[in-house]
Design a binder for this molecule. Structure first.
Ligand SMILES: Cc1cc2nc3c(=O)[nH]c(=O)nc-3n(C[C@H](O)[C@H](O)[C@H](O)COP(=O)(O)O)c2cc1C
Length: 473
């Protein structure tokens, strides 16, 4: 499989809109043509990575706009490539173009399912889920029914984390729910395994750290390339799409139970958050169980430390977010002393990441948004949770849980209890530790420094001399 590792150019939302206007204006393209090219690129990229014999069952979730149309076209091509697509298209676009695409699919006996017909655990019914809900013109917050469909896709990714059999997610152009330029702002959105950028990658693609990034834009005329300073990759042969960047090698390392390649610390990101996301994606790709579990250490006003396991709920350019009880011991310690550290350990890759910084409570709005993204049964848990307090009657809690289940059984969402919400660690120090077979373990440190009033990351590489390697652990 060919790939392109040349420098990638990204476009803003405004530029993407201008490119579309130019294509469909002076350059004479029709929307049908662009949709056909997009859908074919998506289907071809899927075909390059996921064989129709191993990944036969495909669910294509289509939004109401052009991204949904791209999904409909992709479904038709996937059918002809030997896959078995089903479509969920809850808000059908009534324009003739979209109605014609639906007719084409119906004539191939491709089933259309309502949102209610989809099971809660999509992974048991499908091998591939194509997210064609929202594209580059989307802004704002997803509404019903797309918000709950996006939640289902997020829970597929959580299953991947917990090592259960999970479908792979392919996002068309922009992972739905992400900001077109800033990406997964709250860090709790869809984490696709594959992104197929169309025409040119949008800025949010910089935050994509899944395994397969493809671009489909072979038709883009030179005048657009020049005007928007695009750097289109060389497309091999007659392909409609090409991989951008290399496949991570860590899959193999993990399967063989050996160390990840030390090359992984040769090409490092300038921004440690990107470096973290890269390693996190590597951990997911390597099949590591629950890579989002971390140790959170806090200390009280007298600097007496305490540690506990936590679940990382999101990471983005602002920091690392987790959810907890605001009446817990850790919450009290954070109030007294906002310094904290996080520790991740991904054994099969022999990798450890330490993150230190100060902690702030996330906004009410962010906690609400996160809470509403959870499934109903998970929302009930924090209501009955009595962290860091003695529990006298376990049966009382069980009874309370049952009562809440009964009370909310016909509701899709439950109000967030005020004692439950998020914290964010804003990092000031990172250490990436890579174990090596030679025992000469590598460390990469990032520390935040102020230079001319600007906060910048300074990178230090620590490669111990051979003789000291035994004590370099
Ligand atoms: C793997 C694992 C993940 C956990 N994730 C969370 C979490 O995300 N939020 C939370 O409040 N507690 C979580 N806990 C429970 C905490 O470790 C801890 O017991 C609880 O938060 C009370 O801690 P504190 O008394 O130090 O405040 C988790 C425990 C384990 C073992």
């Amino acid at each position: 499989m060919e790939s392109c590792t040349e420098e990638i150019s990204y476009v803003s939302q405004q530029e993407a809109i201008e490119i579309d206007d130019m294509l469909m204006g002076p350059l004479g393209f029709s929307v049908d043509q662009l949709m056909e090219l997009a859908g074919l690129s998506v289907a071809s990229a899927i075909g390059e990575v996921y064989s129709s014999s191993d990944y036969t069952r495909v669910l294509v979730i289509c939004g109401p706009g052009n991204n949904g149309g791209d999904g409909l076209v992709a479904a038709r091509h996937l059918h002809h490539f030997g896959y078995k697509p089903s479509i969920c298209y809850p808000k059908r676009n009534t324009k003739p173009l979209f109605a014609a695409l639906v007719t084409q699919l119906e004539s191939l006996s491709i089933p259309f399912l309502s949102e209610e017909q989809l099971s809660v655990q999509l992974s048991s019914d499908y091998d591939i889920i194509v997210d064609a809900i929202f594209g580059f013109s989307f802004h704002g917050t997803p509404r019903l029914p797309f918000d709950s469909l996006i939640r289902k896709l997020v829970s597929v990714r959580n299953q991947q984390c917990t090592h259960q059999k999970a479908a792979v997610i392919i996002s068309v152009d922009v992972p739905s729910g992400w900001h077109v330029e800033d990406g997964d702002i709250f860090g709790v959105g869809i984490k696709p395994d594959m992104l197929v950028s169309l025409t040119a990658p949008k800025l949010c693609a910089k935050m994509f750290f899944g395994t397969h990034h493809f671009i489909g834009g072979r038709f883009v005329p030179q005048s657009i390339i020049d005007k928007f300073k695009l750097k289109p990759p060389p497309y091999p042969g007659t392909s409609m799409c090409v991989r951008i960047g290399n496949l991570p090698q860590t899959n193999l390392s993990a399967q063989k139970g050996i160390f990840a390649s030390s090359e992984s610390l040769e090409e490092v990101e300038e921004d440690p958050i990107y470096q973290f996301q890269k390693w996190f994606s590597n951990a997911l790709a390597a099949g590591i169980k629950e890579p989002h579990y971390m140790v959170l250490s806090t200390a009280d006003i007298d600097a007496k430390p305490s540690s506990r396991m936590m679940s990382l709920e999101g990471v983005n350019k602002d920091g690392f977010v987790w959810q907890t009880n605001y009446g817990s011991r850790k919450a009290r310690e954070i109030l007294e002393n906002p310094q904290a550290s996080l520790l991740f350990y991904w054994g099969p890759l022999k990798r450890q990441v330490r993150v230190e910084g100060f902690v702030e409570q996330v906004s009410e709005e962010e906690s609400e948004q996160y809470f509403s993204s959870l499934s109903r049964d998970i929302q009930i848990r924090p209501i009955v949770s009595k962290q860091s307090r003695p529990i006298h009657e376990r049966e009382v809690l069980r009874q309370q849980y049952r009562e809440l289940e009964e009370k909310y059984h016909d509701r899709t969402s439950i109000p967030r209890p005020k004692h439950w919400g998020g914290y964010r660690l804003i990092p000031e120090f990172f250490e990436f530790w890579q174990g090596e077979e030679s025992q000469v373990h590598l460390k990469l440190r990032y520390s935040m420094e102020e230079i001319d009033g600007r906060r910048v990351w300074r990178i230090h590489r620590l490669v111990p001399p051979l003789a000291e390697s035994a004590s370099s652990l």
